[in-house]
Design a protein around this ligand. Structure first.
Ligand code: SAH
Length: 268
């Protein structure tokens, strides 16, 4: 494994909780702190989006506890999850709360951390690579590029409302940054694209939909805002959506595609 002493990694104290980001899928994107915590945790409370291979890195004898929320299926409520983390820590366990991507990017890590803070439980937050950065990187799409954009907006295309998230000012979002990265957008993508066009974004603006990013099942669909607003596409989830000129860079930077073609022995 890793040399925690050499790296100066901290003790994982009994009775504490570490909120750790597992990254978007590829186990190679785990941080040294995440590996260190997996090797020491007594309980690993993990989300639905955490790759099963990552769970196999847990210390033998550790309890694996599925605490994730899954759309449409009965799952523990957020207060239940936080209460469970507190109980496990109070019982003297080293509790690893393992979340997909980064715990605090659309991951409710802040809510869990607040519950721990209010309960007086020592905790640590270990950032992970968020899907909105890792996904585009594995699709050959830099989220910023000097010639294209000096700002990028990360947003969620879904909230507890059934409709396109009402709390967002789509006109301001359309004007705000040349590149938009959308989480949880698959269900409302047609409506969101329409709103962005109404707000002045160009119909020929490229859009990439990156499904199951950084996993062996990764697939990327490239289209335009106009096309997506016109016709519903059948998407694999989870998917991250990138809108903006940076998507054009994929034509030259699709390194995953290059590797896959090499593996198949096909000429490039
Ligand atoms: N905390 C997570 C995000 C949780 S919200 C993070 O930082 O990445 C869940 C959304 O993340 C999904 O609806 C999808 O938009 C995105 N997502 C997570 N993993 C993904 C993956 N492997 N490929 C594509 N999108 C992913």
């Amino acid at each position: 494994m890793i040399d925690s002493a050499l790296l100066g990694l901290p003790e994982f104290d009994p009775g504490s909780v570490w909120l750790v980001g597992a990254g978007p899928g590829d186990p190679g994107l785990l941080s040294a702190l995440a590996l260190h915590a997996l090797a020491r945790a007594d309980v690993v409370a993990y989300d639905a989006l955490v790759d099963p291979r990552i769970l196999r890195l847990a210390r033998p004898g550790a309890t694996l506890d599925h605490a994730g929320k899954r759309g449409g299926r009965p799952s523990p409520s957020q207060p239940d999850i936080s209460a469970r983390l507190i109980r496990l820590a109070q019982a003297g366990n080293r509790v690893l709360r393992l979340k997909g991507g980064d715990p605090c990017v659309f991951g409710r890590g802040g809510e869990e951390a607040l519950a721990l803070a209010y309960a007086g439980i020592p905790f640590r937050i270990v950032p992970g690579i968020t899907a909105g950065i890792g996904g585009p990187a594995y699709a050959g799409i830099p989220v910023t590029h000097r010639d294209t954009n000096s700002a990028v907006t990360f947003l969620t295309g879904h909230n507890s409302d059934v409709d396109v998230p009402g709390g967002l000012d789509w006109d301001a979002i359309a004007r705000g940054a040349p590149v938009l990265v959308l989480y949880m957008a698959s269900r409302h993508l047609m409506k969101i694209s329409t709103r962005l066009l109404e707000a002045g974004r160009r119909s020929d603006e490229p859009i990439a939909i990156i499904s199951k990013a950084t996993t062996p099942a990764q697939s990327v669909l490239v289209s335009t805002l106009g096309e997506i607003a016109r016709a519903a596409v059948d998407l694999q989830v989870p998917a991250i959506v990138v809108i903006g000129r940076v998507v054009d860079l994929r034509a030259a930077l699709d390194w995953v595609g290059v590797l896959r073609r090499q593996e198949l022995g096909k000429p490039l």
